[in-house]
Design a protein. Sequence first.
Lengths: 345, 358
Amino acid sequence: MEFWLGLYGMQSPRVYPRSWAGLYDEVVEHAVYAEELGFDSFWLTEHHFWYDGYCPNLLPVLAAIARRTSRIGLGTGCSLLGLHDPLRDAEDKASLDVLSGGRLLLGLAPGYRPEEFEGLDIEKATRGKRFYEAVEVMKKAWSGDKFSHKGEFFQYEDLTLDPVPLQDPHPPIWVGANRTKLQATNIGKAGLGFWEGPSMSIDVFRRNAGIYKEAARAAGHPESAIKCGLFRDVCIAETKDEALRIMDEDLLPMYEEQYVAYGYVPEATGSRREMLAHPVFQEIMEASFVGTPDQVIRKIERYRDAVHFDHFMPRIMHISQKKERLFKQMKLFAEHVIPYFKGTS
Amino acid sequence: MKSGLYYGWEGTGGGAADAADIFGQILEQVELGDYLGFDSALIGESHFVEGDLTGSVVDLLGALAGSTRFIRLGSAGKALALQHPANVAEDFAVIDLLSNGRAILGAGIGHSETAFDAFSVPFEERRERFAEALDFIRKAWSSDAFSYGGRFTRFPKKTPVDAVEPFTPEPYEKPFRLQWQRAGLEPKYLAVTPRPLQIPHPPIWVEALEVADTAIAAENGYGILPRPGTSDAEVIALYRSFGEAMAGCGRTLAEVERPVIRDVFCAESRDEAIAIAGAPLLTLYRQLLDANVSLDALLEDRLILGDPDQVFDRFKLLQQETGINHVICRFWAPGIAHDAVMRSLRLYAGEVITRLRS
């Protein structure tokens, strides 16, 4: 089993404002520590035009981390391909793979926030088709052969990319899944990795992973291309009470602020308890892995019994979390959970 | 006078060497340069040009932001027209934050038709697109939420095109108090975040090839960066016209940094410098300039190869004629060994940087 540590967006939220320069300074330090602890990869996350300064380009940050680490994988979780020019993306991602010695891991997603499409002048309704076409363009470019492409959104003639990624044929691609059956089918058809989001229940995961695998096999993709990853919010501590306190003080304030910002829930007018009674928060509380190392291990195993997966991303980093508490959780996870699975996997 | 390092992509591709080696050499040289007291490192841009690597400028600058402490990091002649200007503003804000305020945006109109074709941008519109992108980026870096209705950029999408005043800052009495309360509504204004660290924004240097290019820099109060490969006489002419354009706008050259890129190699003797760097630079210029050009002609007005005294004297002469205050040196080109460059950097730092500063 591989453990991916996520997800850093260098955000300065209302609940815990900080200097952006400080956040960019710190993220490198966190990645160095994650490598020391034995995490397999370190993941950043992208959005645009967001009030908290959410990181809009992950690649220069991953490049900085690459130069300060030697082994840890470098992940984009997710790179919003629906908003990018796939040709420039192919260039920048290839260069990063080369300069990091082949450590790039690609989580890709179409993007969903309306502001981003409005800002970059892209028709949001076309994002699904645009996304899969962009993946095709990048794969063609990464072949290193002279390529042409005549698609609905992108057209190229006789281009040859040099350099191509160090990993052959290209860095592993994962697609962030939402809860729809259609998305699961499309990821399968394209033969890309299926990466389950943080709030879906075990039943949705089982159903969508099944749909994904079936679609991938029907499209003739080899078994080696069919892979599932799970992404969960994790609050881990020596006692269950402490873990619950972390959920209450770090995890939930993040969701409260971000869900208001996304427009999923109205701004709180009543008590916090009323707000947390909203189904989106109930879903998060149920889906998150909160507890002692043993309890977190049991949770992972329970999900693994439902769907076989070899990649698990604990999101220990919550934007409202103080560094000391975060490092303590990273250490607990690395000392107890990782060896348990590395030993048995 | 300050000293910097410049890297271009000419002749790096086509299997001339391993891309990983080239990236590694560039990174190591700039890291040494940071330690030795070089003031800047600029990286040129190339897309799909035959014989060049398409090396990612943002990736290399990001890597260097992580591994250096003091040296300023920038692009050179980055063709702004090839991408959405909001993305350029975002990328260089991230590099500025990662590097603790060391980013420089070396921007250019773009001169490679191949690159414009690859990105499906009309080459003949490059000048107008560049001017608009430059305007947009400055607004993005120095504003909160705003809208922009230019000829090529509508930000957000519903903003009318070609407005008389393309830039509109969000009014104080606005319909939504904060962005997180306007979610789900169609935005009228957006903010490009995060904002860079430098105030008012990272320096912008406009690549200059023709006398006309200096006008846009002067109007905005930006510096110019004569295009790599220009002769001494061309640099002198560009700075003369830039000085006049600045005066015409009521500015003086003292307001801006005045950089120039030169091909430099510094060794114990002129013969040694020419033995190491002469042939590789001759090959480079025969591709760029003229297939029959001789090394002697290049040494006359383009290349600065010599012992520390000779290099120093050439810079001082150029400074007297142009008023430059920052020499950005291409020590490395394909065919010049990495070890030789590292030695040359140390020699230059001890003998030339120290004297140029005093």
